[in-house]
Design a protein around this ligand. Structure first.
Ligand code: HEM
Ligand code: HEM
Length: 219
């Protein structure tokens, strides 16, 4: 394959910039570390979670100021457009998109949103254990007992003991919410990978490779 000046191969166009590619694969690694470590190696779990959070904040910024196909305006698709595209995809009638397709683009929003909530609730659960930056706000051992206000069901007799014990079990509410969102993210990730496989087949192109090289076949 002929390489043109600027690293562009013949018949290929640059689609994903270097930021999007590094963001993606760093996210994959940090996400799986966070998901698989759970509470076995808490410090690893928490730091992987912080990295996920940081990456997402940067990606949102890049979605506004980034290169053409990285910008949210390039894939401003809602659930209807996504559903319509999925229908076309499974019947092998879907048009090819150089950037994100309507289904792929909508999935990006779902992933970013649920990952952000997973990180936020993780921070709250950690805070409830009197650790991390949100400890002053969420610690059940402190005067501001936010979980007790939001989740009165957990403000039972046990909680009094928990407060005296520095909130050992008062973190349960945020832990449960965190678990729900962590599990939602894994469902979305599985759907995301299945979608990538299906779109790769439908258009007979290696989308995983283009997320590595940044290039796709010219339209
Ligand atoms: C190892 C399995 C994975 C593979 C093979 C994979 C592959 C891909 C591919 C090919 C794209 C581009 C889709 C397109 O052409 O429209 C993409 C985008 C994306 N993937 Fe994955 N992915 C994987 C895992 C994950 C995980 C675990 C997450 C999140 C935790 C994730 C989040 C995203 C996001 C947010 C985008 C949008 C990229 C952007 O526009 O910045 N992926 N992925
Ligand atoms: C996307 C990022 C994250 C994912 C996918 C994730 C996933 C999980 C999962 C699957 C669990 C086990 C739930 C259970 O069975 O009880 C868990 C627990 C927990 N996570 Fe995360 N987490 C993430 C980020 C964070 C962050 C950023 C923090 C804190 C700063 C955090 C703090 C915690 C805490 C405190 C627990 C409870 C551990 C215990 O049992 O004591 N997580 N997380």
């Amino acid at each position: 394959m002929t390489e043109h000046p600027g690293g562009r191969a013949a018949g290929q166009v640059r689609v994903w910039d270097i930021f999007v590619r590094i963001f993606h694969w760093a996210l994959v690694v940090a996400y799986f570390i966070a998901y698989l470590t759970e509470d076995d190696v808490m410090i690893l779990h928490v730091w992987a979670g912080y990295i996920v959070g940081g990456l997402i904040v940067l990606r949102i910024f890049w979605g506004v100021v980034g290169t053409r196909h990285a910008r949210f305006s390039d894939f401003a698709f809602g659930p209807r457009a996504a559903a319509r595209y999925m229908l076309q995809l499974v019947t092998f009638r879907a048009p090819r998109h150089l950037g994100h397709s309507p289904a792929g683009g909508f999935m990006v929003y779902l992933l970013l949103a649920s990952l952000l909530v997973a990180v936020a609730t993780g921070l709250a659960a950690y805070g409830a254990e009197n650790k991390g930056p949100l400890a002053p706000l969420f610690s059940t051992g402190q005067s501001v007992a936010l979980p007790a206000l939001i989740a009165p069901a957990y403000a039972d007799d046990d909680d009094d003991d928990d407060r005296r014990n520095g909130g050992e079990h008062g973190d349960e509410f945020w832990e449960e919410v965190h678990e729900v969102f962590a599990n939602l993210t894994i469902i979305l990730v599985i759907a995301h990978i299945a979608g990538v496989a299906l779109a790769s087949l439908a258009h007979w192109e290696n989308l995983v490779r283009s997320m590595i090289t940044g290039r796709k076949r010219a339209p």
